[in-house]
Design a protein around this ligand. Sequence first.
Ligand code: GTR
Length: 419
Amino acid sequence: MKKGLLLLLFSSAVVFLAAQEINYDESKIPPYTLPDPLVMENSEKVLSESDWINKRRPEILSLFETHVYGKSPSHPHDIYFEVLSEDRYALNNMATRKEVAVYFTGDKKHYMTILMYIPNKRTGAVPLFFGLNFKGNHTINDDPDITKSITRMKPRDNQREDQVREFKRGEASSRWPVDMLISNGYGLATVYRGDIDPDYDDGFQNGVHPLFYEKGQTKPKPDQWGTLAAWAWGLSCAMDYFETDEDVDATKVAVLGHSRHGKTALWAGAIDQRFAMAISNDSGCGGAALSRRRIGETVDKINKLFPHWFCENFKKYANNEDALPVDQHQLIALMAPRPVYIASAVKDQWADPKGEFLSGVYATPIFELFGLKGLTDNMPEVDKPVHSGHIGYHIRSGDHDINYYDWQQFVKFADKYFK
Ligand code: GTR
């Protein structure tokens, strides 16, 4: 082989490897400047709560819609709900289990099913933890009476959608400590995200997106909703139902999620201020982690791995983070003055725990505008949660997951506001 060709092959291999390489080294983070949440686009300063609420917050929300998650349509005007089942003796008589269909269209063809557990020992309406599940409602608990969700995972070669393997009853129960929540006086509600939009890239044909296409439209426009925004929109539609359910205190609903659902929970809290609290567990890139840190998962990586999650415009910021008109601390800020919790795991470096923490730190001035406490600069030690302000945080030992320990912290934090 000619020397020149060899050299060319070698250098393209190096370029390829460098592009693949993932940075986990703090010292290799390029210097960056974050957009200031308290300076408006016309350079005026935010000086009061009212500046924030009426001017800056809407501005930031709209920037996130246009450049990151995409704009979602309004809720269907003919949305309606139907209680499909109710059992007052679930979980050894500890809870009432309800399954509620939220119909997106009048013809009953498109709907999601909310699975709910409400503590039987209650004096009135209860506060609720609410979030998406990955594999189907029936996977969150062994309870044999939960209706099986229709699994909507990506079919493999030659497989039809209805041939995709079903997930086992209760297989995700370590992630959903229903008994513990019930005994602490909380309700739990969850929806299988596949009911809203299956989690794979099919050009936006099989979820809720086509229900809202204009005549001739076949996919969302560059600033219209991707899958994460569709999920958040679905959570917000569920809120319409909670407001009608007398067992639920709709002023005390915490929207929460793990990982991609953590990103979704934060966005749901941003677009729908009826959520009284948002909880992000290991949400990483596009969630609580600052995009400009370019460590672990980056904007480039996430758009390549999951081209359907964000709006098309977000792809412009791959390896071009400094051009982003927002960063994720502003997403945390959109929760103010409502409490927000950020959870990280020490072995979850892909999600950049430090970047998740720093978002809370840089969102703190907005909470202070309301006379509230956020986070101080020092990252707490592992397994030493900080619950003293309106931004809660912990970094737990172990891997990328949501477990009993995480939930215990969420309950302690929620107790401060909901009890
Ligand atoms: C990863 C993805 C992360 C995170 C995670 C999850 O593969 O890169 O952004 O969302 O999946 O949802 O578990």
